[in-house]
Design a binder for this molecule. Structure first.
Ligand code: SF4
Ligand code: SF4
Length: 488
């Protein structure tokens, strides 16, 4: 497959007049409007409209490492400071730098020039402590020689043979938890990148019909909106047995978000809170699990079946069980994913972090001699292109993202997704007023720009490792080191 996939990068600016930025610039009354700052800033921060100055585009400023305008202003009228709001933006995993650098990539399709960390957060563990160990040898690989495609059906059966263009697809976020513009933006991106997005547990809105080939129907315990037709129209069906962000808890959609449109899709009463049970009470053994898979295959014989599980300590046994139940894809969902709707007590304390679960399952499947017959996808805390590459080096074939897509749409990680009418930024809401704050075209461009930047970073990592395909990186833990225990 050709690597020229994805959507052409076009600048997709912030929706807000004054986007949050790492730096703020103040212009004092001493300014004589001479225009020197416009001339010297290489990043287009200062712009004028006639004789007046526009508000500085502070989100483009790279800070103290430049200081050109500050130093060259003849009146010393400009001052620069770190925006105090960055102290309250994000958390240890999604730091303010990661949020701002994701926004920058979503706007431009490029890496932030300098001054913003875009590879790791500050959690003190996991991906944040792992780094790539690049060989000293220089490999003469051109970017166009490197493939980021991965196959999804390794069983060699008669089901669809599917190859996706990047080792990434979009995770399940239901209609109800997120807006139609968010869902549609994700689906458009999936089509452009020849990959997938997932409905989540809330039915299959009609606007997704043109994207059937790139949508995964999710079947979860509440069976909300699951119909034969929605299983027949897709190439992949996912069973959600558990969610890493809240194992032991089903999905929950509070009454305020259950609008008439959502209720119609879910065949429920508007305004009531909807809870999915945990677990599937029809599955207590591998044999029960196989009956589930067979049920889906009876409805759609060519479909690939994915099984989403959380990461308990015996996750390796769960994975091998899914393989013998005839699943094509095992989707491991670690503890750090989930939108603001997942309770913190569950997110941080129950399932195993994905960094531990991936190698545990990968090695077990290798030892059982079946690793090359099943696709292992990982989710739950994949924030950056470097997280993608590290997850693959630990043993996954690819990753599934959710929060990173929302951050691309200017999510501020405020964790108010489930309260009241939902997200005030129009992302995780079904409120008729809030959910039209942006359109699906803008959403698709932002997510696609982010994926362009991520793919470029993956290609660069493979170039340094001398690998022609992302599939060569799977399970290569020797390419990684832990900064606390091993020198580079
Ligand atoms: S410090 Fe540099 S990047 Fe920032 S506004 Fe001034 S000239 Fe532009
Ligand atoms: S900005 Fe919206 S999507 Fe993001 S955490 Fe807040 S409520 Fe949720």
């Amino acid at each position: 497959m050709a690597n020229n996939i994805g959507m052409e990068v076009k600048i997709a600016p912030s929706r807000f007049r004054n986007p949050l930025s790492k730096y703020i610039i103040r212009r004092s009354p001493r300014c004589t409007k001479c225009g020197k700052c416009v001339e010297v800033c290489k990043f287009g921060v200062h712009q004028r409209s006639g004789v007046a100055f526009c508000r500085a585009q502070e989100h483009r400023c790279i800070g103290e490492s430049c200081n050109a305008c500050i130093e060259q202003c003849p009146e010393k009228a400009l001052s620069l400071a770190v925006n105090p709001l960055t102290a309250v933006l994000g958390d240890y995993r999604w730091t303010s730098d990661l949020i701002l650098s994701t926004w920058y990539q979503a706007e431009t399709g490029k890496l932030p020039p300098v001054g913003l960390e875009y590879k790791v957060g500050n959690s003190g563990g996991g991906f944040d402590k792992l780094r790539f160990k690049f060989p000293k040898e220089k490999f003469n690989l051109k970017p166009e020689e490197i493939s980021t495609c991965i196959p999804l059906n390794r069983k060699g059966d008669n089901a669809h043979q599917i190859e996706i263009g990047i080792p990434i697809y979009g995770g399940g976020m239901s209609f109800g938890s997120v807006s139609l513009s968010t869902m549609l933006g994700k689906a458009k991106t999936a089509k452009f990148w020849n990959t997938f997005t997932c409905t989540g547990e809330g039915g299959y809105p009609e606007v997704l019909n043109p994207y059937d080939n790139h949508v995964i129907t999710q079947v979860a315990t509440g069976l909300f909106g699951v119909r034969e037709q929605t299983i027949q129209r897709v190439r992949i069906v996912e069973f959600k047995y558990a969610q890493g962000a809240k194992p032991g808890l089903g999905g929950h959609l509070l009454g305020d978000k259950n609008t008439p449109a959502v209720a119609a899709m879910r065949e429920a009463v508007p305004g009531t809170s909807l809870f999915s049970p945990f677990p599937f009470h029809s599955v207590y053994s591998v044999e029960d699990h196989k009956k589930h898979v067979d049920w889906i295959k009876a409805i759609n014989p060519a479909v690939l079946v994915s099984v989403k599980v959380s990461t308990p300590t015996d996750v390796d046994m769960v994975a091998i069980g899914s393989y013998y139940a005839d699943a094509h894809i095992i989707h491991l969902d670690g503890s750090y994913g989930g939108t603001g709707a997942a309770p913190d007590i569950a997110k941080k304390n129950i399932a195993m972090p994905i960094e531990y679960a991936i190698p545990k399952v990968h090695r077990f499947l290798v030892a059982e001699g079946v690793r090359d017959k099943v696709t292992l996808m990982a989710s739950g805390g994949i924030r950056t292109a470097h997280d993608v590459a590290k997850a693959i080096a630990l043993g996954a074939d690819g990753v599934i993202i959710g929060t990173a897509e929302l951050v691309a749409l200017e999510c501020v990680r405020c964790a108010n997704c489930e309260s009241g009418r939902g997200c005030v930024r129009g992302i995780a809401t079904t409120d008729p007023e809030l959910s039209v704050m942006f359109d699906a075209e803008w959403a698709a461009q932002r997510i696609s720009n982010l994926l362009t930047s991520w793919r470029n970073q993956l290609v660069e990592i493979l170039q340094h490792l001398g690998m022609k395909s992302i599939t060569e990186l799977v399970g290569k833990t020797d390419c990684l080191y832990h900064i606390d225990y091993e020198e580079k």
